[in-house]
Design a binder for this molecule. Structure first.
Ligand code: FMN
Length: 561
């Protein structure tokens, strides 16, 4: 169709007629999307705290919206989604290690805002599409000042990249049917901050969360409520004021913070983490009740132990110095924490229910990872003969976090073998569904864990644990035993394969070659992954360090993002 023809004229007339209506329609839609952020009390994103149990607790106590912890886009993109019929949840599982990092359920759908860390519009959109059916909104973290974020060009690094901001936010707004927001920190000067906020508003976001501190300021610095007030004056979209926890010590202070900042809504992080019942207009509940209710959700939804402990630790604060607080700091499992809050029976009933469900649905190991019984006390060592060789078996797992570098099972085994001048050790492996099962042969006896491990090295440590148990060199609590359902699944599959292979030397050699190849492939893939997602790994390792630190020490995070 050539320019100036009758058709082109009619088409442009039609476009002229429809455009204002369409743009008004867009405005109406935008207004509706913005409404969910007007006059609301919102719980802020908090890493390790804002997982499903905590979010549900905030819903119980009356929050209007609750953010997830930040998830980096790369992590989401390498995940698989699974309907978890045992828990009644939808899970996003990290393919590389089987851990569930985003678990959600219908009850929170209209209230949960998924926060991502990203520096790329297309990746962000893909993530948005993945979570769109399950959440009430998507938020982009533009405030995190931590090194892993800044190095990855995410979080507060975006604040000084207007083109990146535009491309990410407009792509999300145009591509998603759920409201899109972002959470920022203020810049060094008011004019710069206002300019940034206007730019963000022009991208069509439904609301903007503003933490009233600069990238350099820490939680101990006063929040710049005056800057938030100026932002609220110039924008038409709802402004969500954040950063006020130090001045929010009871429910009424939330309203006061909103008035001080002139913002439409208030977002609270630490005040909600310390005692989440601050959200209740009726007033606080005793901290013990809050912790108990939180733990019930942790047990019900199989929350990772380290996250549960971290969150309770932040609730206890100075109470960690009490005898009960000290006992709590010693805990190593969710079951042990539940004992302290009188929930052991509840734990056992829930665990039995979950294991029953897992068994009937044949759920894989990863599902039971977090709710493991604490010890191997109830596990028997089985001795049998195979092709004239004595085989000693136990279903036991090596969990790296439970061992110091100085007492790794293989090292203890080596020391024993050296001291006693025994023959060996000789390690061998089989691979089942990309999982490894190892045996160690010492003095002609083969020791093997009937459970599979996700790496060859770990499987060898597992085999070494069996040896140490069989020799009576370690106590019964040495090593980890997954719940019954997962154990049965893992054991049966491994046994079958081992039987079929008959483990002749030739097969072993082939297996070793296969493993070496797989390992080289893995390493290659890991290197590729690494270069693509440096920031993700940095985040994970920094989180890991934090978590392990928190397992033993009574430090309380003051929150930096
Ligand atoms: C434990 C913890 C974890 C946090 N994780 C995040 C996060 O994942 N994403 C984010 O944007 N902010 C995060 N923050 C920052 C808070 O959302 C909030 O901006 C900050 O704590 C100031 O609000 P407050 O004064 O109400 O605590 C975190 C804060 C804390 C205390």
């Amino acid at each position: 169709m050539c320019a100036g023809s009758k058709e082109s004229y009619e088409l442009s007339w039609l476009v002229d007629q429809l455009s204002p209506k369409l743009s008004r329609l867009g405005d109406v839609q935008k207004c509706n999307m913005s409404d969910q952020y007007r006059g609301k009390v919102i719980v802020a994103p908090m890493v390790r705290v804002c997982t499903l149990p905590f979010r549900l607790l905030t819903v119980d106590y009356g929050t209007d919206l609750v953010y997830t912890e930040e998830t980096v886009d790369y992590k989401m993109l390498r995940s698989i989604k699974r309907q978890n019929d045992v828990l009644g949840t939808v899970d996003f599982i990290d393919k590389s290690d089987g851990t569930v990092f985003f678990r959600t359920c219908e009850r929170e759908r209209s209230k949960v805002i998924f926060q991502i860390g990203t520096n790329d519009a297309q990746r962000a959109l893909k993530v948005g599409k993945m979570v769109e059916p399950y959440v009430a909104g998507l938020d982009v973290n533009m405030g995190c000042p931590k090194e892993f974020s800044l190095k990855g060009g995410m979080g507060a690094a975006l604040l000084t990249q207007p083109d990146k901001i535009k491309s990410i936010l407009t792509t999300l707004v145009q591509g998603l049917t759920i409201p899109v927001t972002c959470k920022i920190r203020i810049l060094d000067s008011l004019p710069e901050t206002l300019e940034l906020c206007k730019l963000i508003e022009e991208c069509g976001v439904a609301a903007i969360g503003v933490h009233g501190r600069t990238r350099q300021e820490r939680p101990r610095h006063p929040n710049h409520n005056d800057v938030i007030r100026e932002i609220a004056k110039v924008l038409t979209i709802p402004v969500i004021a954040n950063g006020g926890s130090r001045e929010i010590s009871r429910h009424d202070d939330i309203k006061k913070f909103q008035q001080d900042t002139g913002a439409s809504s208030v977002m609270i992080a630490r005040a909600a983490m310390w005692n989440c019942s601050i959200l209740r207009p009726e007033g606080f509940l005793p901290l013990d009740t809050v912790i108990e209710q939180y733990l019930r959700y942790c047990i019900q939804y199989d929350n990772p132990f380290t996250y549960s402990k971290y969150t309770v630790q932040n609730m206890l604060r100075e109470l960690q110095d009490t005898p009960r607080g000290k006992a709590f700091l010693e805990t190593q499992t969710l079951q042990e924490i539940s004992i302290i809050w009188g929930l052991e029976d509840y734990f056992k009933t829930q665990l039995a229910k979950q294991n029953e469900g897992r068994k009937s649905l044949n759920f894989e190991m990863s599902e039971g990872k977090t709710a493991m019984p604490p010890s191997a006390d109830h596990v028997k060592i089985v001795e049998r003969e195979e092709n004239g060789q004595k085989v000693v078996e136990m279903p036991i797992q090596f969990i790296r976090g439970n061992f110091n570098n100085a007492d790794l099972p293989k090292m203890l085994l080596n020391t024993h073998v050296f001291r006693k001048q025994l023959k060996g050790p000789m390690y061998s492996h089989v691979i089942v569904d990309k999982f490894f099962s190892a045996s160690v042969t010492v003095d002609g006896v083969r020791y093997t864990s009937t459970l599979r491990e996700k790496s060859k090295r770990y499987s060898e440590q597992g085999a070494a644990i069996v040896f140490l148990h069989a020799m009576g060199l370690v106590s019964k609590t040495y090593g980890f035993v997954p719940p019954q359902g997962a154990r049965k699944y893992l054991t049966e599959v491994t046994r079958q394969i081992v039987k079929e292979d008959v483990m002749s030397n030739e097969i072993m050699r082939n297996n070793d070659a296969r493993i070496e190849n797989e390992e080289t492939d893995c390493k290659k893939r890991r290197l590729e992954d690494d270069s693509a997602s440096v920031s993700l790994h940095q985040q994970e390792s920094s989180q890991e360090t934090d978590t392990s630190r928190n397992n033993n020490k009574s430090s309380i995070t003051d929150g930096a993002s």
